[in-house]
Design a protein around this ligand. Structure first.
Ligand code: CA
Length: 240
């Protein structure tokens, strides 16, 4: 099962094999069921500055750094990038709103998947556009003994962010692995695009409201509609 997709991936990239030794996890929408709250906070913060934005647009922009999202809105409305001052003001407001909401829960079944991967002696990385200073504490609290500080790429590490391949290429460099030794798990079109452009095998898990075909069109090698289904099929993708 999934041999066709794996074979297609090897051939399309001219790789010698597919031998996963590390999994790169996106965070929002993959580890945490946090996207709804992010979307509401973005809409409210931008509208307060009289900048029109919808929750659907928040999902379509998911994965970008805050700075890049704000520049996108400014370009649509004012035909220019936002100033640093404007960015700070909006991002601060958005973060304050997000933090005022009830804490995000874990995506169902992702904890089981992480434990399974750890037991397979496969390394686990986080690659996120989030710039939350206490990220590792929050990960440790929800997923004890899974994540390590040195195995993370966040908004603080990158210049461009997703959909540019930079964050995933940076994680690849950190891991010291070859591109055919990694799997990416993403939920958003721009995240899938970033991983695909980095030449990595990309699994889309459609945890949000978008059409699953958007993930396929962005370059996902496999798409699942629930984390539970990915967990159930994991042994067909990564054989021990
Ligand atoms: Ca995401």
């Amino acid at each position: 099962m999934y041999l066709t997709e794996i074979e297609e991936f090897i051939q399309a990239n001219n790789y010698p094999a597919f031998n996963p030794k590390a999994i790169f996890f996106d965070m929002d929408g993959v580890l945490f069921d946090s996207m709804k709250n992010h979307a509401i906070a973005w809409v409210a913060a931008l509208r307060k500055m009289e900048l029109p934005f919808t929750e659907y647009e928040a999902y379509m922009n998911e994965g970008r750094t805050g700075s890049s999202t704000i520049d996108g809105v400014f370009n649509n409305v004012h035909g220019r990038n936002a100033t640093d001052e404007e960015k700070q003001k909006i991002y601060k407001l958005k973060s304050k709103l997000f933090e005022s909401f009830k804490h995000s829960k874990r995506i169902p079944f992702v904890s089981k998947l992480l434990k399974k991967i750890k037991a397979q002696n496969i390394e686990i990385y986080v690659v996120t556009g989030s710039g939350q200073p206490s990220l590792i504490d929050s990960l440790d609290e929800h997923f004890p003994d899974i994540f390590q500080k040195e195995k993370m790429v966040t908004a603080f590490d990158v210049k461009y962010g997703k959909p540019h391949p930079e964050p995933y290429l940076m994680a690849l460099k950190k891991s010291g692995l070859q591109p055919w030794e990694v799997i990416v798990i993403e939920n958003a079109p721009l995240g899938v695009e970033s991983a695909h452009e980095a030449g990595l095998f990309t699994i889309g898990v459609n945890t949000g409201p978008l059409e699953p075909k958007i993930l396929t069109n962005s370059g996902a090698n496999l798409v699942f509609d629930k984390m539970k289904n990915l967990l159930n099929h994991w042994d067909n993708i990564v054989k021990q």
